[in-house]
Write a protein that binds this ligand. Sequence first.
Ligand code: ACM
Length: 649
Amino acid sequence: MKRLYFIFLVFALLTLTGVRVHSQTADLIIPVPQEIRLSDGFYTFTDSPEIKTVRLKEGKVAAEGYILEISPKRVTIKASDDAGEFYAHQTLRQMSRNGQVKSLQCCTITDSPRFGYRGLHFDVSRHFRSLDFLKKQADAMAMYKMNRMHLHLTDAAGWRIQIDAYPRLTEFAAWRPQVTWKEWWNGDRAYAEEGTPGIYGGYYTKEEMRELVEYARERHIEVLPEIEMPSHSEEVFAAYPELGCSNEPYKDCDFCVGSEKTFEFLETVLSEVMEIFPHEYIHIGGDEAGKGRWKTCPQCQQRMREEGLKDVDELQSYLIRRIEKFVNSKGRKIIGWDEILEGGLAPDATVMSWRGTEGGIEAMRQGHDVIMSPGKYCYLDHAQDAPFKEPESIGGYLPLENVYGYEPVEASMPSESIHHLIGVQANLWTEYITTDEHAEYMYWPRALAIAETGWSRPEAKDYADFKGRVMTALDMLRSMGYSTFDLENEYGERKLAQTGMAHKAVGAAVTYNIPINKSYPGSGETTLTDGVIGGWTYSDGRWQGFLSDIDVTLDLGEVVPVHYVGGSFMQLTGPYVFMPKKVEIFVSEDGDNFTRIAEVWNDVSQRTEELVFRNFDTICDVKARFVRYKAESSGVHGGWIFLDEIIVN
Ligand code: ACM
């Protein structure tokens, strides 16, 4: 009776203090621990709580793992390393809601991570972030047992780290007239002299970066610096034009691989970077190189002849291999985005797979370590809820549930290579994310999903349970001053996309008079007649994308009365998705003789920045077995049109 009274008291106290009450304090932990064994009784924190630490021999508990024993008298932490001990404290911290809950249910928690690399990425080039912001995120990362902070320090939008040998990188290439990336990108993409009134930008001094490295180290986080090469380097050529193929500012985006000056620059920069960041890995970028100028640049062509390189992919590989050799000579290793596979992978490189997982799987096959960060699950720059209620973003739709749904081990991975899968990372590119508050909002809670995927056993993952734990975590994060997404009021997927739709063309065979584009096939030839309406994003497998016109013929199987024909399109101009210029609709009873029953012109402006859905349709009163639906491309060079369903009633 006494105990019941006590439990009631704790419950009442927590309710009164506004703390979300859960049946057990241990079952709110993120990432979910390997094993929780509950026992009788409660441990109550005093002003000087008795926490006993026992250091076990190496191997007794897995690396970074711990055993946390909570008995009525004391808390005991057993670990084989400092990280394990630290993580036991993070678990305790979560159980006590950062000290708000004074009484913990007794239990024994045995825990260790699934992967050694659990990363979060910070794009500080597109928009600069303060050192305090990075420290604050490191605090949250540590609480959820994330251990790699990837800093994207250099990109066209600004160079962000002091390099003594090349001062123009921070005197000039770190500053721009416009605050927002969007205005800068849509404008002249110019840089500005440091100190010019009203300019935007910034960089970290070496001292500040050392301070961050130390701050993160205390929280068992390694800071991974990324220096982009050979591309995403327009800011470098604005400051040092001789490093690009044209030798002129504002012309190049790729380093000239034929020039020795490029290697002198990169090796000098990397040497200074390695003096600041003491950890094993240096990220050398490697993504999205255009390589176009290399085809005509005399120095690049000469390099290719001298080195026997058959194409520009091999020229990129030459650069990466040479840089790898240099980095290895300093006792470090390189990580690169999956494009570094092109032209041949450098011998000891680790691959960060972002364009999907195929690159990562191929690298594993070749015996390389891999960090998985596929855009479909790990790119937190996509909107996390219905785009109409979210801040402007790069597009897409990646709610918490989808991030959580990512399972890094795939059936197609050779079992003997699985050990090369060393971890996972969530990335936040910040083109559309100007403020710190907005960045935090995009990270939390979705970073928690990656934290759990990186730490917990896949069998232990359960979204409904996770979501409950996240609600509590968000309460705690908000109470600590973080801006977070409002998960409680999540709108969710487009309603039409959730319910499906019955109509006369469901199951109808579709003839593509113009072939499907391989990049966005949707779910293949049944996409347009499967009764499934597309969701918030054109990449959800329900939309079919065309760079050409669309011209399809539907066979309804028999002649039926037709009163409505319509196709639904989306427009999102950021990623170049537009409405068709017009649609024409034809019907036929025999498949040979078609009658045009409608011509529908687009009335959605191509200047509209928001996501728009529009039916190109007609009401009619005809009999038909065949319906031909033709949509004319938008007229924008390189623009897509996306259609999800052709509805016949
Ligand atoms: C990337 O998203 N370009 C790595």
